[in-house]
Design a protein. Sequence first.
Length: 308
Amino acid sequence: MSSVDAIVIGSGPAGITAALYLARSGCSVMLFEQMAAGGQVLQTAELENYPGFPKGIKGYELADLLSAHLEGLTVTRSSEAVTEVSGHAGAFTVKTAKSSVTGKVVVVCTGAHHRRLGVTGESWMQGKGVSYCALCDGNFFRGQPVAVVGGGNSALEESLYLAKLASKVYVIHRRDAFRGARIYLDKLEAMPDKVEIVRSSTVTALHGDNALEGVTVTNVNTGEERRLDVQGLFIYVGFEPGTAFLPAAVERDAQGFIVTDAEMRTNVPGIFAAGDVRAKLCRQVITAAGDGATAAQAAFVFLEQLHA
Ligand code: NAP
C-alpha cells in the first residue's frame, strides 16, 4: 500500500488548488479524480465571472489550464473512485474498488451532483429528452423547443446557452422571484421571441412513449395546467453533496454538506473539506479555489504539528 502526506479527493477547482498548494509546500500528494479534472467547470459552457478573464473563458479551457498546473509537481493522480475513508489523523486509509493508499491528512473536494426533480418518468427519460447538462446535450435539440427547470444561476446561465441553439426556451420556476443573478434574468427577458419565463409553476408530468414529447406545468397559485410541447427538459434544481464514502463521524448540515470552520477543518482532526461539498453560502469556481488554498495551508500546518 502506498503512503503519502496528503490525500486529496476530487479534482475540481478546490481539489486541484489544494493539491497544487500542498505539493508546492513540499508534501507528497495523492489526488483522486474520478472524472477528468475540472469537475462542474467541464459542464459549464462559458465562465463570465472568473476574475482575470474579462472576455470570459470556456469551461473546458479553464479545466485544461487547472489540470496543467499540476504538471511537474509531487502529485500522483488516480482516476479510481474512492469508496471508503477510515483511520485517524496521521494514518488515514483511502480505499477504491482496486487499491488502498494511506495518508496523514485527507482533503475532501468531491463537490456536488445534480438534484433530481422527482417527477414520474424522469429516470427512464434521461437521455431521451431529460438532461442535467445543457453543454453535453444541448446540441441534440438544435432548432427544437426545450424547457429548463430552476431559478438559480445554473438554470439561468444554461437557459442563455440553450437560447443560442433551441427554437424556444421555456424557463420554468416554482416561485415568482429568482435566486439567480439579475444580469442573467435581464438577458433572458430581453429575448421575448426566444425565451418565455414561466413563473410560479412546477413540472407535474412528462409526456412521450419513447422519448420526451412534452411536459405539463402547473401553476402553484391557481392550479391551472398547461402543456408545453418540448423535446428537451433540462433540470437545474440544485445540487447534493457527494460524501457517501466518508465516515458518519464527519459532521454534515441538514442538506448533507460538510460542516467546516473558516480554515476548512471538519470536526474530525486531519480531515478537511473544500469547495461545493462544504456547507457555505457562495458556490463559485473562485470560492472553490479559495477553499482549496485555505484547506491546503491548514492541512500543511496540521502536518507540521503532527511531525513536531
Ligand atoms: P440553487 O442556487 O440551489 O438553485 C436551485 C433552484 O432550483 C432554486 O431556484 C430552487 O427554487 C429550485 N428548486 C429546488 N428544488 C426544486 C424542485 N423540487 N422543483 C422545482 N424547483 C426546485 O442551484 P444552482 O442554480 O445549481 O446553483 C448552485 C450554486 O452554484 C449556487 O451557489 C449558484 O450561485 C452557483 N452557480 C453560480 C454560477 C455563476 O455565478 N456563474 C453558475 C452556476 C451556479 P427556490 O428558488 O424556490 O428555492
